[in-house]
Write a protein that binds this ligand. Structure first.
Ligand SMILES: [Zn+2]
Length: 331
């Protein structure tokens, strides 16, 4: 019913792929991150929000045709039933339940279990085969409470009131979540954003995700002091170029699950690492598998071996799929 191919997971009965990494005829897409949602498919079935996000990122002609799947709506494709349920990863992100003759397979895409007011929370779906990622699939990965991470930003703003705090966050999902965390922490000053985030921030706001007073971080050469003590959010790549150097004594921060790894922060010249992840950490992966109690677990990408080993010790048959092409842009 479903097997890995170089283009991605393929369902021969329904003749569709899930999150294909190459252009295909029929694609089912879990969420809008660029490694999962690519342009150029003949048709795309995804949630309304994922379709909207693809249109924003790739333009009007991102696919030949599109179909929006409502949450929990049963859609039949050549006798195969599919259903989209929230994955808690980014706005519009879904797990896809694929069912035929009583066999239920869930492709969870990327997902997390922590609280995130910028998207619908993960819903555990009873199934026979649970297909999971393992981006942070090692026992060393424990993500702290994102609220305490954002506190570090507030502390730094108090400590260095003159410095522009440049917070690196990927454009889809992380940036909006970080802005929302800053707002929920009680910060009501304007937050400045890099132009690359503008359309997605606007889209989130149009979907009812309040981000507060957001302004473009356009800076004139003559007035670098304008952003003294301000919070500026931008894609991490922007901090390598001239744009970042225009700010007043810029203090570089980066919100990512990878900030758990001290060396990564050091290498990237990150002065203030904030561990904020849109993926499960190790305890959340285990909790999810225990809760769903599937007959089998397939691990798509990430640190597959440790999770496969853990499943086997628990008596759950598991296999790594070694899918390539999923280098998550979201964390
Ligand atoms: Zn993702």
């Amino acid at each position: 019913m479903l097997h890995p191919t170089p283009a991605g997971l393929f369902c021969p009965i329904g003749n569709f792929y899930v999150d294909p990494v190459r252009p295909v005829g029929h694609a089912l897409i879990t969420h809008g991150h660029s490694d999962h949602a690519r342009a150029g498919h003949g048709s795309v079935l995804a949630t309304r929000q994922t379709l909207d996000i693809m249109r924003i990122r790739y333009g009007e002609d991102f696919t030949g045709s599109e179909q929006a799947a409502g949450w929990g709506e049963e859609i039949v494709i050549d006798g195969v039933k599919v259903m989209f349920k929230p994955a808690g990863h980014v706005l519009g992100s879904a797990q896809i339940l694929i069912e035929k003759d009583g066999l239920r397979i869930v492709v969870s895409g990327d997902y997390k279990r922590g609280v995130d007011p910028t998207c619908a929370p993960f819903e555990p779906i009873p199934c026979d085969v649970f297909i999971t990622e393992a981006t942070f699939g090692l026992p060393v990965f424990h993500h702290p409470d994102p609220k305490t991470e954002i506190e570090k930003l507030f502390t730094s703003l108090e400590q260095f009131p003159e410095r522009s705090h440049l917070v690196g966050a990927y454009a889809l999902g992380k940036a909006q979540r970080v802005i929302r965390l800053i707002r929920d922490g009680g910060y009501s000053e304007p937050i400045y954003i890099h132009g690359a985030l503008a359309r997605l921030c606007d889209y989130y706001q149009s979907q009812g995700i309040e981000l507060g007073d957001i302004r473009p971080a356009t800076i004139e050469k003559s007035k670098p002091a304008e952003f003294a003590g301000a919070v500026v959010v931008g894609p991490p790549s922007a901090f390598q170029d001239r744009w970042a150097r225009r700010f007043n004594e810029p203090l570089i921060s980066f919100a990512s699950g990878w900030m758990m790894v001290r060396q990564r922060a050091k290498q990237g010249g990150v002065e203030l690492p904030l561990v904020v992840s849109d993926h499960c950490d190790w305890p959340e992966l285990l909790m999810t598998i225990e809760e769903i109690a599937p007959q089998q677990v397939w691990v798509t990408h990430g640190r597959e071996e440790a999770l496969v080993r853990w499943c086997e010790l628990k008596g759950i048959p598991a296999r790594p799929l070694h899918l390539v092409g999923y280098e998550d842009e979201g964390d």
